[in-house]
Design a protein around this ligand. Structure first.
Ligand code: COA
Length: 380
């Protein structure tokens, strides 16, 4: 297997809705990433999209984007892992280059959630026969986890509020972010309840967006860019499908296994991580991921937020460009946006959001109710 580097990135600003088509969004991000890498051709394209067959009546998205982007004849495949879909596209592009099948591969994520019924479509990441029929959604499953966390560890009601405050603070200076609005912990607590105890300001939004990255073999990366970012590890693990079948639902076993595999491959540990782009689709998920990776003991992750240790200058910066909460979470595109942001950080191009002298970045993406967890580690 060859080492793999990122040599180009492309992001269109996340918006509440785009009039333009799914294919246009995807192809635009691909063109931006290819321009950034100074290439006019790639060998393969892997597209992450979760919802278009339901919301746009469109399957076969990878070939559609390849055609729109003018990349006739190339390999183009769609990849899915529920709400971790963007990370799955990245992993497939990584394998294509690592294996030697492709010398240049693009991973593109695209989602248009603003039209149609996003909530029931998202719920299909759960068990259709046993959870969805009973009315469960991703919001209700995260609400169960949050209530369980509060009860088990005696966490105050406002204990998680600073996760959203931090994300909104960081999004203020990210031009690609959906929300550029500062909020306080009080605003979080005063926002309307969606499914108790989850409030509006605990949730990532429904939105549209697309992002892309170009990958090349590490030993050729400098032919495309003076500042390549290397993918040091890519891994995935799964848990019992349903939350209620897990011995301890608050301990995200798939996240733990996935990150440990990745740490081993990259030969690093959590002390080496300069910042963590995590899956803060709901504030409770950010908290549980910090614990699963080892940044806090079980039941103590909320304190990292409450004590403001997750900011850009904190001991473990998270959601450095606004995270899923405030940059936005256009599902299939999300982990690709996060990868672009990691490249910006590691190459010193994150502007006002720059973390000081970062060396190693960690990315985790969650499929469903923490059933599938992909981990990627990056360095320079
Ligand atoms: N955070 C902050 N503000 C939000 C928001 C969010 N997550 N979602 C919507 N808003 C704001 C809108 O911008 C709008 O503000 P405005 O009136 O100033 O324009 C207002 O709230 C109403 O927006 P609307 O779209 O009507 O809200 P909604 O009730 O339909 O949706 C949620 C709110 C929380 C239900 C929706 O964002 C949601 O389902 N989020 C979770 C998505 C999800 O499950 N993703 C997958 C996770 S893995």
């Amino acid at each position: 297997m060859r080492d793999v580097s990122i040599v180009g990135i492309g992001q269109i600003p996340v918006r509440k809705s785009y009039e333009q088509s799914l294919r246009w969004l995807g192809a635009t991000a691909v063109h931006q990433a290819m321009k950034d890498a100074s290439v006019d051709r790639v060998d393969a394209l892997f597209a992450g999209n979760m919802l278009s067959d339901e919301l746009q009546s469109q399957k076969h998205v990878a070939a559609l984007i390849a055609d729109e982007a003018g990349l006739r004849g190339i390999e183009a495949l769609q990849v899915r892992a529920a709400t971790a879909t963007g990370a799955a596209a990245l992993r497939m592009a990584y394998f294509a280059v690592a294996s030697g099948e492709a010398d240049l591969a693009v991973a593109v994520g695209v989602e248009k959630m603003s039209v149609g019924g996003a909530t029931p479509a998202l719920a299909k990441a759960l068990d259709a026969e046993q959870e969805v029929v009973a009315g469960s959604t991703l919001i209700s499953k995260n609400a169960e986890l949050m209530q369980m966390y509060f009860d088990q560890y005696g966490v105050p009601e406002n204990g998680l509020a600073n996760f959203s405050v931090n994300a909104h603070q960081n999004a203020l200076t990210n031009p690609n972010a959906l929300f550029r609005k500062k909020i306080s912990a009080k605003d979080v607590m005063n926002s309307r309840t969606i499914v108790p105890p989850i409030r509006l300001m605990d949730c990532s939004p429904i939105c549209d967006g697309a992002a892309a990255v170009v990958l090349a073999p590490r030993n050729e990366a400098r032919a495309y860019t003076s500042r390549p970012v290397h993918i040091l590890a890519s891994s995935v693990a799964t848990d019992r499908f349903r939350v209620q079948d897990r011995v301890n639902p608050l301990y995200l076993e798939a996240a733990r296994q996935s990150v440990h595999k990745a740490f081993r491959k990259a030969n690093v540990n959590q002390d080496d991580v300069s910042f963590f782009e995590l899956h803060d689709a709901f504030s409770i998920m950010a908290c549980l991921l910090l614990e699963a990776v080892g940044f806090a003991e079980p039941g103590r992750g909320w304190r990292l937020a409450a004590e403001k240790r997750i900011g850009l200058k904190g001991e473990i910066p998270i959601a450095t460009m606004g995270g899923l909460k405030a940059r936005g979470h256009p599902i299939g595109a999300t982990a690709v946006y996060q990868t672009c942001e990691i490249v910006q950080q590691l190459t010193g191009q994150a502007g006002k959001n720059q973390v000081k002298n970062p060396q190693i970045a960690l990315l985790q993406s969650v499929g469903g109710a923490a059933t599938t967890i992909l981990t990627h580690i990056f360095g320079t």
